[in-house]
Each structure stands twice: as structure tokens, then as C-alpha cells.
Design a protein around this ligand. Structure first.
Ligand code: 9MG
Length: 350
């Protein structure tokens, strides 16, 4: 039996017209009338053989039955996430509660600083606030459960009654997910896609919250030690597809899942660039897609800029994602991202 897999990477996005809205010129990704594509790259993988060709929207829509299910997932309207409609790009602001980034190493100061930072990001226009207390940067050491709870819970508890933006909990631990959900978190963001903690699948299902499944190869401590893929884009796609199926088996429906290619997590510069350039393919998984490229080291690898100097590269990556219809951008620089999006959106509507 052949184990052939098929993928559709939407390409050739165009601005809506009356004809296109009627569906005669293109196909609408994720049910969005502003996310129209005139063509796609159709990719077939059979073992180590990969065939690619560009097909028109018309060819795609009249293609074999095998394509129909994939096309349906690609074009189906996405459910709102944490009460937010996915009809325009959303900005998720990054809030780290990590004492080691403060000179005195104090836990209380770190919580106060994180709360103030979150309020600032909300004022700058963040749609979602992603709160995390365990660094998952390359080389980072793990944080134990009690320490993570001590760091992150006061921040979630203080912010939940004060902010309009839904809170996302960035954690790999089931117990942190459970407690954060009870304290008002509205989204789970797990860079291990619920693989790190054996209890995470069940706990995530019990919370009833939407979950971001991010791809990573390896653990933060070692993930940059010579990562390898057969084809990085297709391998990441297949891995995320398998995680979606595991979630569905555990009782989390696809409509509650988001996917993320995990820029920088077990990837070389070439892997990151391939993923960024082809990220519209992930719409085929039938979930909203989140992109986290902000200040990542691939920008430094390309330009030599240090983390504080990577805003221009971060904005370029964000717009590359938005051009491909990605629904959520995880960023450090909310005000600057909002400005870039305002120009992007206004020019498309003009
Ligand atoms: C916590 N964290 C750090 N980088 C991230 C990324 O790219 N995506 C998601 N979902 N979380 C991230």
C-alpha cells in the first residue's frame, strides 16, 4: 500500500473583487473572504520522493476526491479563539516572568514588573497576553513545578480581573495549565504540543480551553545541536498533524487547536527560513496558525543584530506571516507590530 501524503500550500494571494468573492477566481483560506488565493503548490510525498507543481484554484477545486477533505480543512471557517474572532491578524504580547532577567533576582519584583509590562502591552494594543515563567530559549535549563507556580500564578491572578485581553499561559506542565485555567487563563500555549508532561493531554482536555500546539525538535537544552529533517516543512506539518490526532483522541476537538511551526525550536537558519516562506501550508491542518518569530536568533543569524536590535527583522517576518494568512503573531514589540499591521491592512483595503 502506498503511504502517499498530499499537501496544499496556498500561493498567489490577491485582493478581493466581486468575482473572487463569488468564488470564481480563487479559494478562501480559513473561510475568510479577504484571504483569497488564486493558486497553490500541490505537493505529493511518497517515501523519499517529493513532487511539486503549481495548480490554479479551478484545478484544485475540481481535483480528485483525495483532495476534497484537505481542501475542506483548508477553507473551513475557524472558530473564535478565547472569544476573539479570527477575521483579522491578532497580536499576542510576550510577558516573561523570569527572575533571572532582573538584576536583584527577586521574585516579587519580577511579578510586579511582569504585571506592569502586561498592562503596557495591552495599552499598546495586544489582543492576547502570553504569560510564561520557564524560559524555553536554546540552552535554557528547566524550571521545577513549584518554582514555576510561584513565579507565574501571582501574575495570572493579578491580571485576570484587570485586563480585557485574554490571558494565555505559556507552559509545558499540566499542573500549571490546570491552576492557570482556574485563575482565569483563556488559552494554553505549550511549546511541546502537550508531549512534555504525560498528564498534559488529559488536563488540557479537562480545562476546555483552546491549545496552541507548537512544533519543537528536542528539548530547549539541546535542540540546537545539529537538528535534521528530511523536508523541514513537510516533517513539521506531519508532526503537527499527528499531535492534532492525539488531541482529538484525548477529547480536544480540532476546532479548539491552534498550530505553530515553532520557529527557532530545533531548527537551523535554513529550516527557519523554509518554514517562514511556506507557512501558508499549515492552514491545511484545519486550525488557526500562530507564528512566533519576534527577536529570534535566525534574525541575528542573517543580520548580526543582537536580540534588542531585531525589531526590523521581526516586523518583516510578521508581515510575511500575515501575507500568508497566519492568524496570530506572538511578539515582544506590540506597538511597532500594530503599526506595521495598520499599514499592511490599510494598503490591502485601499
Ligand atoms: C513560548 N514561546 C517562545 N517562542 C514561541 C513560539 O514561537 N511560539 C509559541 N507558541 N510559543 C513560544
Amino acid at each position: 500500500m502506498s503511504d502517499k501524503s498530499i499537501y496544499i500550500r496556498p500561493t498567489a494571494r490577491f485582493a478581493p473583487t466581486a468575482d473572487a468573492a463569488a468564488g470564481s477566481l480563487g479559494f478562501a483560506v480559513a473561510g475568510r473572504r479577504d484571504l483569497l488565493f488564486a493558486a497553490a503548490e500541490l505537493i505529493e510525498r511518497d517515501g523519499s520522493e517529493i513532487a511539486r507543481r503549481i495548480v490554479s484554484a479551478a484545478e484544485l477545486c475540481s481535483g480528485p476526491l483525495q483532495l476534497a477533505g484537505l481542501l475542506e480543512r483548508l477553507t473551513r471557517r475557524r472558530d473564535p479563539v478565547a472569544g476573539l474572532a479570527l477575521d483579522r491578524p491578532l497580536v499576542m504580547g510576550v510577558v516573561n516572568v523570569t527572575p533571572d532577567s532582573f538584576s536583584d533576582g527577586g521574585r516579587y519584583l519580577a511579578a510586579d514588573a511582569a504585571i506592569a509590562h502586561a498592562l503596557q502591552l495591552e495599552a499598546e494594543g495586544a489582543d492576547i497576553l502570553d504569560i510564561g515563567a520557564e524560559s524555553t530559549r536554546p540552552g535554557a535549563e528547566p524550571v521545577d513545578l513549584q518554582e514555576e507556580l510561584r513565579r507565574v500564578m501571582p501574575v495570572i491572578e493579578a491580571l485576570a480581573p484587570r485586563v480585557r485581553a485574554p490571558l494565555s499561559i505559556d507552559t509545558r506542565k499540566a499542573e500549571v495549565m490546570r491552576r492557570a485555567a482556574r485563575a482565569g487563563a483563556a488559552l494554553l500555549n505549550d511549546v511541546s504540543a502537550l508531549t512534555h508532561d504525560p498528564a498534559a493531554l488529559q488536563v488540557a482536555a479537562e480545562t476546555g480551553l483552546p491549545v496552541v500546539l507548537m512544533h519543537a525538535q528536542g528539548d530547549p537544552r539541546t535542540m540546537q545541536d545539529d537538528p535534521r529533517y528530511d523536508d523541514v516543512v513537510l516533517d513539521v506539518y506531519d508532526w503537527l498533524g499527528a499531535r492534532i490526532e492525539a488531541c482529538e483522541r484525548a477529547g480536544i476537538p480540532r476546532s479548539r487547536l491552534l498550530v505553530d511551526p515553532g520557529i527557532g525550536f530545533g531548527k537551523t537558519l535554513a529550516h527557519n527560513l523554509a518554514l517562514l516562506g511556506a507557512s501558508s501550508i499549515f492552514h491545511g491542518l484545519g486550525c488557526a496558525v500562530l507564528l512566533g518569530a519576534s527577536r529570534k536568533s535566525f534574525i541575528g543569524g542573517l543580520t548580526g543584530a543582537d536580540a534588542q536590535g531585531r525589531l526590523p527583522g521581526s516586523l518583516a517576518a510578521a508581515l510575511l506571516g500575515v501575507a500568508q494568512g497566519l492568524q496570530i503573531l506572538r511578539v515582544h514589540d506590540v506597538a511597532a507590530t500594530r503599526q506595521a499591521l495598520a499599514v499592511w491592512e490599510a494598503s490591502r483595503g485601499a
